[in-house]
Ligand binder design. Structure first.
Ligand code: GTQ
Length: 348
């Protein structure tokens, strides 16, 4: 079996290929090297979206259309190597969402999972399954699959957050379902902070036994995550490739917080240069604090707070910082691990 080149063509072969094509047959040997590659080979490219530009365009879109009319006023971060496909990696979607003061993004639900990572503003909210969660910068918020959710903003500043959804994964499996709630917003059935108190304090209600593959915690407040990272910085046992990197978990089983998207937060101490690293989970980064430079597949990307950048599957990356930097990130690692596909490699 040749993985590199297709066998040569002859007139006789070509005539055969043409004849069977009409009946929806294709010879494998003509396409094998394109569909089973020696290494990952997508069009996904490394890219950085500077926040200054994103913010300007988002606020401009705020003059053009309301959140209500748009359903969700989002500018999709499209990977430059896969334009028109509404995705940032082959398996994930990302966008920046704007909710202006007093706006409502109406209640709906879909089979796609979503995460929100808050970038700007304070006091906006999202309601998930009858519980309202206030959003502050750095908070990581989950919308589980098929959960009713609506967003609002009762503050007097724009709220902007990064959306991460598994839209391409759901498309791959052709399992997309969506539904509109009969009212603009859903009724609140739980007090604010209920799920965090119940499931998010390293305790669980006695006799609670859930095997749900989605975390019951809707919102992971930044304050706690930041404090943990700061504590861990004190002892300099940092991972050579990741600095100090934590993953958001599902307290039901210690697995990732979401079934298809793996979320992380990491701290790269000032002056830290990471060792070369690559893994098969293309990863989206959102800069929370600090600035630095990432070299992805030989190309240099300088980042500062609120920028978004993407590292494609299996491309070598290093990060370098001149001040403490905090990076949120997400990838499909959880899905790849479940399917036995995930690989990583550490350079020297
Ligand atoms: O907030 O529910 O960026 O349904 C894309 C689709 C956000 C949302 C997106 C959505 C949402």
């Amino acid at each position: 079996m040749s993985l590199e080149n297709a066998p040569e063509n002859t007139d006789e072969r070509s005539a055969f290929y043409d004849r069977i094509a009409d009946d929806n047959f294709t010879p494998l040997w003509q396409v094998l090297s394109n569909i089973i590659t020696a290494e990952p080979q997508s069009g996904c490219r490394a890219h950085l979206w500077p926040y200054s530009k994103a913010r300007e365009y988002l606020l401009e879109s705020g003059q053009l259309i309301t959140a209500k009319e748009a359903e969700r006023r989002v500018l999709i971060l499209e990977n430059p190597g896969m334009r028109g496909l509404s995705c940032i990696t082959t398996s994930l979607y990302a966008g920046l969402q704007l909710v202006l003061p007093d706006e409502v993004a109406p209640a709906h639900r879909h089979s796609q999972s979503a995460l929100r990572f808050v970038i700007e503003g304070s006091g906006g909210h999202t309601t998930v399954n009858g519980e309202k969660t206030t959003m502050e910068v750095g908070d990581f918020v989950i919308t589980p699959p098929w959960a009713w959710h609506d967003h609002g903003n009762k503050s007097d500043e724009p709220m902007i957050w990064l959306d991460g959804l598994d839209i391409p994964i759901v498309s791959l499996f052709d399992t997309s379902f969506a539904d509109r709630y009969q009212e603009e917003t859903q009724p609140l059935t739980k007090p604010d902070g209920d799920s965090l108190a119940r499931y998010g304090t390293n305790m669980l209600p006695v006799d609670y036994h859930s095997k749900s593959i989605v975390s019951p915690i809707f919102s992971y407040p930044f304050e706690r995550t930041r404090e943990a990272l700061e504590k861990l910085k004190q002892k300099d046992e940092w991972d050579a490739c990741h600095g100090i990197k934590l993953r958001y978990i599902n307290p039901n089983d210690g697995g990732y917080a979401m079934p298809t998207i793996a979320p992380f937060m990491q701290l790269l101490p000032s002056g830290f240069s990471t060792r070369r690293y690559r893994s098969t989970d293309a990863t989206v980064f959102s800069v929370v604090e600090g600035s630095g430079v990432s070299i992805i597949n030989g190309e240099s990307f300088s980042w500062s707070p609120r920028d978004t950048f993407v590292v494609p599957s299996h491309q070598w990356v290093t990060h370098e910082t001149s001040e403490d930097a905090v990076l949120f990130s997400f990838s499909d690692r959880v899905a790849q691990e479940k399917l036995g596909l995930w690989r990583e490699q550490r350079g020297r």
